[in-house]
Design a protein around this ligand. Structure first.
Ligand code: PLP
Length: 405
């Protein structure tokens, strides 16, 4: 016996890519460039190493499930400064949960929010299409039904929740939003975020906003859920909402496994309860280091600057090829190459460039088309020289006249 819901899921995108590429290898002498995964390669700030080794005895203690007060305070201060919140709006004791990276917390959001039935029917979970794959796995395993909301060029790559059928909204238990979005880099406007919060309250569902790319941008600072909550105000300004933030992308430390969830105090209380049973607590030295990271913006600005240089270079070289434009946030190029699997195979076999087919990040919309099928995703996580080399390989292999450099 086993849980057959797990078998109903597609393989994870990186496994599908491995299967697609099989035993193909890059041409002799071509060093592979891995751009399929969003794993930041910029250096982590130097002040972290001593903090991780400062008090070795802390590795011998179970960490408190609700996290260290100092870390929660650092996060509350960060949120207050980042979203221009009135002092005291975020209460570090009630509005914040420390999590071991946001992947697990996004998964748990479905366990938290999806009831057995809503208004007499199977609960729906709204998610953008394309989307971060954890949303669909969490939905299925929590017993919900995924409702894919198109997030292609026709809606500027963010889902239009107002367009969801009334019958689906009526049974919606949870909606995931992702801004800046993986893979498209699109940013939800403040008006969209406010409308989403209002809809969540009106229809009584949980709005989970995944903002792990919020600090990676090359133009204007992206608005976030807490901007919307600040503007909407009210007695309980975070009601029905949760936001997910991570040090993985912001501080170039995906291996640290450190993030937080903030929002509705009742949902946070329930999340902590759920984590008591099934969550991995963040080790004490990692919590100490995390507090220092949330208190430092210098390394975040330096990293942002590096991404800016890489987007400047890549976009100049692409010169509009594959519909390349500067994303509102995040570090991905989302390129329209016509057939994502064919392009991924050719780029690997002919040029040693590993990219992710957009088809693996999306599901068919109601009209039977997969909105990611024409795109490939490239993570601009390497240094400037590697980025230049990757763009040259891309342009040469797919035979497009960009500006090779
Ligand atoms: C959209 C999105 N959300 C969440 C995550 C999870 O990040 P972490 O668990 O490292 O915080 C990722 C990681 O790639 C992501 O792309």
């Amino acid at each position: 016996m086993h849980n057959d819901v797990l078998d109903s899921l597609t393989d994870y995108p990186f496994d599908r890519l491995r299967a697609l590429l099989g035993d193909m290898t890059p041409p002799e002498g071509w060093a592979p460039i891995h751009m399929q995964i969003g794993e930041p390669k910029h250096p982590a700030p130097g002040f972290i190493a001593p903090l991780l080794t400062r008090d070795m005895s802390e590795w011998g203690r179970y960490p408190p499930p609700n996290g260290l007060a100092d870390l929660r305070e650092a996060i509350a201060d960060w949120l207050t400064a980042r979203y221009d919140l009135p002092a005291g709006m975020v209460d570090p004791t009630r509005h914040i949960a420390i999590v071991a990276g946001t992947r697990e917390a996004l998964f748990m959001a479905a366990l938290l929010a999806v009831p057995g039935a809503k208004n007499g029917t199977r609960p729906a979970v709204l998610m953008p299409n394309p989307f971060y794959q954890v949303y669909v796995g969490a939905t299925a395993l929590a017993g919900g039904e995924a409702v894919y909301v198109p997030a292609g060029p026709e809606t500027r790559f963010q889902p239009d929740l107002a367009a969801v059928a009334d019958s689906d909204l009526n049974r919606t238990a949870l909606a995931y939003l992702n801004t800046p979005a993986n893979p498209q880099g699109s940013v939800a406007s403040l008006a969209q975020l406010k409308a989403a919060v209002s809809l969540a309250r009106e229809r009584d569902f949980v709005l989970a906003v995944d903002e792990c790319y919020s600090e990676i941008y090359t133009g204007d600072k992206p608005p976030g859920l807490f901007d919307a909550c600040r503007e909407l105000g009210g007695a309980d300004p975070f009601q029905n909402t949760l936001v997910f933030h991570s040090l993985s992308k912001r501080s170039n430390m995906p291996g640290l496994r450190s993030g937080f969830v903030a929002g509705d105090s009742e949902l946070i209380r329930r999340l902590l309860r759920l984590r008591q049973y099934g969550g991995a607590q963040v080790p004490l030295p990692i919590m100490n280091a995390s507090a220092a990271l949330w208190r430092d913006e210098a390394h975040v600005m330096a990293s942002r600057d590096l991404y800016r240089q890489k987007f400047d270079l890549a976009l100049d070289m692409l010169d509009g090829a594959f519909g390349a434009t500067r994303p509102g946030g995040g570090f991905y190029l989302w390129l329209d190459v016509g057939d994502s699997e064919t392009a991924a195979k050719r780029l690997w076999a002919e040029a040693g460039l590993r990219v992710l087919p957009g088809a693996y990040l999306a599901r068919d919309n109601d009209n039977g088309t997969n909105p990611g099928a024409a795109y490939i995703r490239l993570a601009l996580v390497h240094d400037l020289d590697t980025t230049r080399e990757a763009m040259n390989r891309l342009l040469n292999t797919l035979g497009i006249q960009g500006r090779t450099a």
